[in-house]
Design a protein around this ligand. Sequence first.
Ligand SMILES: Cc1cc2nc3c(=O)[nH]c(=O)nc-3n(C[C@H](O)[C@H](O)[C@H](O)COP(=O)(O)OP(=O)(O)OC[C@H]3O[C@@H](n4cnc5c(N)ncnc54)[C@H](O)[C@@H]3O)c2cc1C
Length: 346
Amino acid sequence: MAERVAGVRLAPYTTLGLGGPARAFVEAGSAEELVELVAEADRTGEPVLVLGGGSNLVVSDEGFDGLVVRVASRGVAADGDLVTAAAGEDWDALVERAVAEGRSGIECLAGIPGQVGSTPIQNVGAYGQDVSQTITAVRVYDRPAGRVRDLTAAECAFAYRHSVFKREPGRYVVLAVTYALPRDGGLSGPVAYRELALRLGVELGERVPLAEARQAVLGLRAGKGMVLDPADPDTRSAGSFFTNPVLTGQEAAELELRAPGFPRWDMPGGAVKVPAAWLIENAGFPRGYRRGPARISTKHTLALTNPELAARTEDLLDLAREVRDGVREKFGVTLVNEPVLIGARL
Ligand SMILES: Cc1cc2nc3c(=O)[nH]c(=O)nc-3n(C[C@H](O)[C@H](O)[C@H](O)COP(=O)(O)OP(=O)(O)OC[C@H]3O[C@@H](n4cnc5c(N)ncnc54)[C@H](O)[C@@H]3O)c2cc1C
C-alpha cells in the first residue's frame, strides 16, 4: 500500500501552480489501491480529494484538510472498436495512440491536459468533439454504496461541461473509461468546428486524415496557449476559467436590449449560448489584463493565469471576481467558473 505523506504542497500538482498543503497525500498505483484508499478514508470520516493532472483545479491557499489521493493507475486495452483506459492514463497520450492506430472519435481533443479518469467529469470537449460522443461506459467506485459499478453513457447524464459526476460531486471515483473508437479508413469524424475547418481548408462536415486533424487542433490550441508548455507563461492556467453562459429565451431577449446583435449560438429548445470571451472583452477586460500577479492570458480571454508563478490563489480569485462582477454589471449575465474550486469560493 502506498505511503501517506503529511503536508505536501499542492501547487506543484496543479497547472496553475496554486494551492496550499494537504493534510495527507498518497498515490494510488492501481484501481484496487484507489478503491481501498478512498473506502478506508470514508470509513474513518476523513475528507478525500481525488487528484488527476490538476489541470481543472483551483486549490485554496489553505490547501486541503484531508487526504489527497493522486491517481496513478495505468493500462490501456482494446477490444474491437472499444478502448478501455485506466483513470490515471494521460489523456493526450491516449489521443495520440488512437490516432496512430487509425481510430477516430477523439482526434479533436488532442492537447487537452489531464487524465483519462477526469474526462467524463466535465464531459471534456473542444473543436466540435466531446467525450460524450464516444464514451460507452465508466467504471466507478460508488462511495455511498461502497461498491464498484459500471455506468452506461446514459447514466453519466452528459451535457455541455456537465455530467452526473458534477451533479453529485464526490459520489463516484472514476476507475476506468471505455470509448468506442472505430477504425474508419483512417479518417477523422466530420469536422464540426468552423475555425478548424478553415485551418484544414475543408468544408464543415468533411472528413480528413486523422493525423491532419490532430495536428491542426494542436496548432490552433498552441496559438491560444491551450497546450501546456513550461516556456509559455500563458499556459499556467486551468484552461477556460468561465463556461459559455446558456441563456433562456427571456434572458437572451434582455441581453439583446443591452447588447443588440450579440454573438450567439442557438440551442435546442430556444436556449441561447453566448461566448463568455465576447462578454468579458466587451465588459472592458482585454487579453493581458492584469490584477497584481494574476493576469488574463495574452492569447485567450477565457484563461486566467499565474504567469510568473508569483500569485496566491486569492489573487487569481480576485481577478476572477472582478471579471465576473464587471460582466454582470454591463450585461446582467453571471459567469460561472469551469474549474473545480477546493476550499475556495468565487
Ligand atoms: C491549458 C489547458 C487547456 C485546457 N483545455 C480544455 C479544453 O479544451 N476542453 C476541456 O474540456 N477542458 C480543458 N481544460 C481543463 C482540463 O484539462 C480538463 O478538465 C481535464 O479533464 C482535467 O483533468 P485532470 O486530470 O487534470 O483533472 P483534475 O484537475 O485533477 O481534477 C478535476 C476534477 O475531477 C476530479 N477527478 C479527477 N480524477 C478523478 C477520478 N479518477 N475520479 C473522480 N474524480 C476525479 C477532481 O477531484 C476534480 O474535481 C484545459 C486545461 C488547461 C490547463
